[in-house]
Ligand binder design. Structure first.
Ligand code: HEC
Length: 118
């Protein structure tokens, strides 16, 4: 038996269990949504720009993704864009979180408060 291999599996399993517990416990609660909003700004923003106006990745303001239906945005977040820097997020985000982010991107809600100042 490979003990270090088992340890890795155990750690990965624990991380997934913790993620699921966190998501399940607070699903729909405002803290979850502000945490998720933070995640989009920090993590997605590292490539797409803190105001989602683009960087390494293309801009993600509502006018930029007008041609993509919400379901297409969700599919891109879920699967990434193979052969580009856009990674798949399905291992990190729940389906609910992916759909929530897609809706926010389409509505511009995450960037609306500062959209005039940048
Ligand atoms: C490591 C850099 C990187 C990160 C992090 C990243 N993206 Fe991307 N993303 C890209 C690149 C590059 C593309 C362009 C892919 C292509 O050429 O079609 C892209 C494309 C997209 C598109 C399609 C845009 C369009 O107009 O076709 C969406 C939607 C998107 N990303 C959402 C997200 C979301 C939401 C997150 C956070 C969960 C995220 N991305 C994180 C690099 C990144």
């Amino acid at each position: 038996m490979n003990r270090s291999g088992q340890g890795l599996y155990w750690q990965a399993g624990l991380a997934v269990a913790l993620l699921m517990a966190t998501a399940g416990a607070t699903a729909g609660a405002p803290e979850t949504e502000s945490e998720l909003a933070n995640f989009v700004i920090q993590d997605c923003g590292s490539c797409h720009g803190l105001k989602l106006k683009g960087g390494l990745g293309p801009p993600l303001r509502p006018e930029d993704i007008e041609a993509l239906p919400e379901a297409a945005v969700a599919a891109i977040i879920r699967q990434g864009v193979p052969g580009t820097a856009m990674p798949p997020w399905k291992a990190l985000l729940t389906e609910q979180e992916i759909l929530w982010i897609s809706r926010q991107l389409k509505s511009g809600a995450l960037i609306a408060p500062e959209s005039d100042t940048f």
